[in-house]
Design a protein. Structure first.
Length: 499
């Protein structure tokens, strides 16, 4: 059986803890790989390698760093199919979704290639007699990233390219459920010329996570995952004096006004709710239909959802793949089976779905729940699967109030033809990312990604300007130089004397 080991100090390092986790092919249910789970000693080794590398990488020139990143970008582009294939094999998402994930990660590598402009400082001259003040940004040291299973390439690339471009060294702890893509990303970075120890990949479970959170040589931690774990990451790392950005879960709403193009809204709801099998924090999981359009909107969503082709991710005909594990599949199914008892109309029931020839895969079909109430479990919880809830509101104000009452505030969208309504919405809605007739408003790389409320713990969003600021710290230098005309007697600098 294949074993995924750590990548420490520029080379593959076999696990020594004796503990391994299973990695399954979600389409077949078969265990195809085992991944080494790090001990605290292995955490120490990865951090030590990063600390040693920081001694030279932290003082390297911007030109040297960006030269590596440009070569890295070219290698990632050339190997995007290989990266996507690993994602499909271990996560299960269809190849087109996996390619899209790699493309979004590449955006941040491209942003990092332009780090020279992002790290420019400021200078004020003559703030007082012969006094100048400058502001600069400097790297932190060793930083860590803890990333989720749903985007095993994209989310790591949202972190480490900017971190190393800013002069830090990095320890990545990817999900143990689909670890292989992270190793390939590190190997390609080494091929691009990244010095040994600048990027390390440490596989593991809670032992590795806690080891990084408590390690005195780790200056900052980035995290993407569920809200309970984000809260734990933030509180633990902060208590240890670390800088933290911890992105949590979501319950993203889409408000559909009576004047909306219902075909466009239905198309958007289907792609946003069921794409990547709903296993993404920016999935639309709740549609709020305003006024009398609810029945027609639900009918159009149902019509489209029934046509989605479900199958193995490596089948070009598949539009949606399986879920990551059987345990997660069963948890998602439980929300659907319990929905009717809590007052919802089950328009589509995806539980019990199988694919011929792949009966042991982690399959579930698309589910559509109508007339969902805000006190139902299917609405309150982040399901993280292909389940779409439809709620009804009589007015715009009622819909916005319903959405703002949610403890989550990650992403949201409004569908309308009215510019005034859209303008009010983007100002009144309590969420960090807003789409106007755009169902999944993930910002481009040079704007920052992050939510509000229980969707983000910490002050900085990820990538963009916030990412650069997170991975650097400011320093202000105040300088006074004497006038050369006042040089001591006997020192001739070629300036006329002031007397």
């Amino acid at each position: 059986m294949k074993t995924v080991n750590h990548w420490i100090g520029g080379k593959t390092v076999e696990g020594t803890s004796g503990n391994y986790g299973p990695v399954t092919d979600p389409a077949t249910g078969a265990v195809t790989t085992q991944v080494a789970l790090a001990s605290l000693e292995e955490v120490d080794a990865a951090v030590a390698a990063a600390k040693d590398a920081y001694a030279t990488w932290g003082t390297s020139s911007l030109a040297a760093r960006t030269a590596v990143l440009f070569r890295y970008r070219a290698l990632l582009d050339a190997r995007r199919d290989d990266i996507a294939a690993l994602i499909t094999a271990e996560h299960g998402k269809v190849h087109s979704d996996a390619l899209g994930e790699v493309a979004r990660g590449l955006e941040i590598v491209e942003l990092a290639c332009g780090i020279t402009t992002q790290l420019k400082g400021e200078l004020s001259t003559q703030v007082s007699s012969r006094v100048d003040v400058s502001s600069i940004r400097q790297s932190l040291g060793v930083v860590a990233g803890i990333t989720p299973f749903n985007f095993p390439a994209m989310v790591p690339m949202w972190m480490f390219p900017l971190a190393i471009a800013c002069g830090n060294t990095f320890v990545l702890k990817p999900s143990e459920k689909d670890p292989s893509a992270a190793n390939l990303l590190a190997e390609l970075a080494a091929e691009a010329g990244l010095p040994d120890g600048v990027l390390n990949v440490l596989h593991g479970d809670k032992v590795a996570v806690d080891g990084l959170l408590n390690h005195p040589d780790v200056a900052a931690v980035s995290f993407v995952g569920s809200t309970p774990i984000a809260r734990y990451i933030h509180s633990t790392a902060s208590a240890n004096g670390k800088r933290v950005q911890a992105l949590g879960g979501a319950k993203n709403h889409m408000l559909v006004l009576p004047d909306a193009d219902l075909d466009a809204a239905a198309d958007a709801a289907v792609s946003a709710a069921y794409g990547s099998a709903g296993e993404r924090c920016m999935a639309i999981s709740a549609v709020v239909a305003v006024g009398a359009i609810g029945d027609e909107l639900v009918a159009r969503i149902k019509e489209r959802a029934e046509k989605i082709k479900i199958g193995p991710g490596n089948d070009p005909a598949s539009e949606m793949g399986p879920l990551i594990t059987a345990v997660h599949r069963d948890k998602v199914a439980s929300y659907v089976t319990g929905a009717a008892a809590q007052g919802a109309d089950v328009v589509l029931d995806g539980t019990g779905y199988t694919v011929d020839g792949f009966e042991d895969g982690h399959w579930i079909g698309l589910s559509l729940l109508d007339h969902v109430t805000t006190d139902s479990d299917a609405y309150k919880d982040e399901i993280f699967g292909p389940v779409l809830c439809v709620l009804r509101a009589e007015t715009y104000e009622e819909g916005v109030a319903l959405m703002n009452a949610s403890p989550f505030g990650n992403g949201t969208a409004i569908f309308t033809r009215d510019g005034g309504a859209a303008r009010r919405f983007q100002l009144e809605i309590e969420a960090g990312m807003v789409g106007v007739n755009v169902p999944i408003p993930v910002p481009v790389g040079y704007h920052s990604f992050g939510g509000w409320k229980d969707s983000l713990f910490g002050d900085h969003h990820i990538y963009g300007n916030d990412g650069v600021h997170f991975y650097t710290r400011g320093k202000v230098v105040t300088t006074r130089w004497p006038d050369p005309a006042d040089a001591p007697a006997g020192v001739d600098l070629g300036f006329p004397r002031n007397h």
